[in-house]
Each structure stands twice: as structure tokens, then as C-alpha cells.
Design a protein around this ligand. Structure first.
Ligand code: KG4
Ligand code: ZN
Length: 371
């Protein structure tokens, strides 16, 4: 795998992310016996391009990625003081995600690999989120990951970098999706998660009795679409009764956030037990990852619960929870260590579940299982 120009004893990977609405490139270096190091991580967000449409427009996203990938990569190489020649491999997100963006990123990575004579590593975006904890801390396999993002919500036993068992997940909306849709209904900016979190700080979470769907149901599956509908209904009732005040909105946001956090925390605690039953010992850690893990209340609640049951909780810094190239570069390292890399025939996949053995939880239609 080593190419003649790379430095002995070190492995340096460029990671490229373009699966949704963030174009990102990052250089991550591993030196033998030392902790990995993020030499640079450049993220060009697209929120302003989609702001007028109430959601991400795939075609606009794909074009913006195609325009920004080279800029981003050059910035990441310059910031790291690196050249393409000195890299050991190039990793790119190959799925799941929006096909146009994935194609832009993977085609760009293929071009770089061909030009610079470097190996290509196709990365599963969900695996990259789940593995990020090992970039920031020394976490041994197997561990439990709560992966909560804009499109996904899963509780996974991470048995190895290429081996996952899904313990539970959402049967409908992902929490990020529910947060984004709710925020849109309340007239907040996108992405809705951070906007809702900000407003919730001034709110009273106990004022509105919002449901905790499936909380009492056995198992580790979750549901967030009923909660979203309940909030929208409550908001509409308030609006029908007169003007909705800033305090009303803050109380709704706080109530919604608290409900999401309660469900995530209770189901994760239950998943720790399921993990121990199935694997014979408790997880080495609980990793909280994906964009929603940037939320302070989510972080605090999961940390408190883990402290109570005596399991280590690892939550990457917020910038490594939301989409970024460093997690792709790191997942590239993890795959290279297993001898897994790809050829120029690497394709992209809009759906790409990590656990292929368990029956599909959502989206088992024509395009395959989402999770
Ligand atoms: O992982 P991510 O960046 O992209 C996907 O893979 O989906 O996650 C994006 C999601 C969005 O739904 C966004 O609203 C949510 O993460 N998010 C947050 C926060 N920051 C991002 N949700 C709650 N609180 C936050 N601070
Ligand atoms: Zn993501």
C-alpha cells in the first residue's frame, strides 16, 4: 500500500466528504505508537444555498460539491503542509447519501488517485460517524454507538471497523430529520437542530406534555414522527388561539428537545443491556455520534446515564459530530489497516446499511434497506 514518496512509519490519508450538504476535506496522519492527528479539516457548508427551499435540493447540492471539492482539498493540503505525493491513500464517502454529491466526491477522489498513483478507499458515511470516537480517544472494539444524524438513528454494536450489529433504531424519522422539520414549522432557520437548541435554552421543557413514543415498548427501537406531529399540532392550536409568542416557541423547542433526549437516553441504556446479553460482556464504551450528538443536552444526558451505569461515554467534539472530512480520512485508516481498499470501479450507494444480516428496519423498498 505504501507509495515511494510517503514517510516510513506514518500513514497519511486525505478524506473527502460530500454525501449531503457539507463539502469537506481533511488530512489525518497516524504515526506508529502515537494517537492519530488531524492535520487539517476544511468544511464548506451549503446552508445558504438551500435556505430559500426549506430543505436540501439534491441537484444544487451536487453542483456545489463539484465546484468546491478542489478548493476544499487544496485548502486542506495547504493547511496541513502536505502534498498529494506524500499521501498514502485517498478516502471518499461512497454512501449512503445523495447520489449526485456522492458521485461528485468519488469521481474527484478517483481522479486524484489516478493522477497521484494512490490507493482509493470507499467509506460508508455511517461507519465513519461510528468510528470517529477512536480518532479522538483510545476506544477498543467492541463498543456501543448511538448514531444520531439528519438521516439516521441507530444503536449499533461496533464489533470491528467492518463489522456491525444493529441493536435498534428509528422505525420512521431520524431525530435530526424531526428536529429540522419541526424547526421549519416553527419558522426557524436550517439546519433546524442547532437553531432549535439555541431557542430551547430560554424555554420551559415541562410546559407542554409532548409524547415519548415507544419509550415503554420493549426493545431498542424508536420513533420520532409522532412527536413531531404532536408538536406541530400544539403549535397550530396555539396559533389558532392567537399570536404565538417567542416564549411559546422557546417552550415548544425545549419540550421537543427534552422528549428526543429522554427517548435516546432510555433506549441507549436498554441497548447496553442487549449488547451485554448478546456479546457476553458490556460494551467497552458508549459512543455518541452523528450531527445530533453536537447537542449539549444529548451529550449531557448520555454522559449522566453512562456514569450512573458505570460505562465510559465518549462523545467527539461537536465539529467532529456533524459531517466532516476527518471522520472519512479516519475511517480510511481503519479500512487500510484491515487491507481493505477499492479499485477505480468503486460505485456509490444511496442506501448502504451497516448491518446486512439483520432484517431491514426502515426503507426496505425498491432502493433497498436504509437501515
Ligand atoms: O451527521 P450530520 O451532520 O449529517 C447527516 O449525516 O445527516 O447531521 C445533521 C443533523 C441535522 O439534522 C442537524 O439539524 C442536526 O444534525 N444537528 C443538531 C445539532 N447540530 C446538528 N441537532 C441538535 N442539536 C445540535 N446542536
Ligand atoms: Zn452524517
Amino acid at each position: 500500500m505504501r507509495t515511494p514518496e510517503s514517510t516510513p512509519g506514518t500513514v497519511t490519508v486525505l478524506g473527502i466528504e460530500s454525501s449531503c450538504d457539507d463539502t469537506s476535506a481533511s488530512i489525518v496522519r497516524c504515526v506508529r505508537m502515537r494517537r492519530p492527528e488531524i492535520l487539517s479539516c476544511v468544511v464548506h457548508g451549503q446552508s445558504s444555498l438551500h435556505a430559500g427551499f426549506g430543505g436540501i435540493v439534491p441537484e444544487i447540492a451536487a453542483r456545489a460539491h463539484a465546484e468546491k471539492l478542489d478548493v476544499c482539498t487544496k485548502e486542506a493540503l495547504d493547511a496541513a503542509g502536505m502534498s498529494l505525493k506524500r499521501l498514502d491513500a485517498i478516502a471518499a464517502t461512497a454512501g449512503p447519501g445523495l447520489v449526485g454529491g456522492l458521485l461528485a466526491g468519488v469521481s474527484f477522489a478517483k481522479g486524484l488517485c489516478t493522477g497521484a498513483g494512490k490507493p482509493l478507499v470507499g467509506v460508508n458515511h455511517l461507519a465513519a460517524h461510528a468510528l470517529t470516537v477512536r480518532l479522538v480517544e483510545e476506544v477498543a472494539f467492541p463498543y456501543l454507538a448511538l448514531l444520531v444524524s439528519g438521516g439516521h438513528c441507530q444503536l449499533l454494536a461496533v464489533i470491528g471497523a467492518d463489522e456491525y450489529w444493529r441493536i435498534g433504531g428509528t422505525v420512521d424519522d431520524a431525530p435530526g430529520e424531526a428536529l429540522d422539520k419541526t424547526a421549519r414549522h416553527l419558522g426557524l432557520e436550517q439546519p433546524g437542530g442547532p437553531a432549535l437548541e439555541r431557542i430551547a435554552m430560554a424555554g420551559d421543557a415541562r410546559r407542554f406534555a409532548l409524547p415519548r413514543p415507544m419509550l415503554k415498548k420493549r426493545g431498542c427501537d424508536m420513533s420520532f414522527s409522532g412527536l413531531k406531529t404532536a408538536l406541530i399540532r400544539t403549535h397550530d392550536e396555539l396559533s389558532a388561539a392567537g399570536a404565538v409568542s417567542r416564549q411559546d416557541v422557546a417552550d415548544l423547542c425545549a419540550g421537543f428537545q427534552a422528549a428526543v433526549v429522554d427517548v435516546l437516553t432510555a433506549k441507549t441504556e436498554r441497548a447496553v443491556e442487549a449488547f451485554a446479553r448478546r456479546l457476553g460482556s458490556p460494551p467497552n464504551a458508549v459512543a455518541v455520534c452523528g450531527g445530533v450528538a453536537a447537542n449539549q443536552l444529548v451529550r449531557r444526558s448520555l454522559q449522566e446515564m453512562c456514569g450512573r451505569i458505570g460505562v465510559e461515554c465518549v462523545v467527539p467534539p461537536p465539529g467532529l459530530c456533524t459531517d466532516n472530512g476527518a471522520m472519512i480520512a479516519w475511517a480510511g485508516h481503519e479500512r487500510l489497516r484491515l487491507g481493505l481498499f477499492d479499485g477505480l470501479d468503486l460505485g456509490v450507494r444511496s442506501r448502504w446499511p451497516l448491518d446486512v444480516k439483520s432484517p431491514p428496519l426502515v426503507g426496505s423498498g425498491r432502493r433497498g434497506a436504509k437501515a
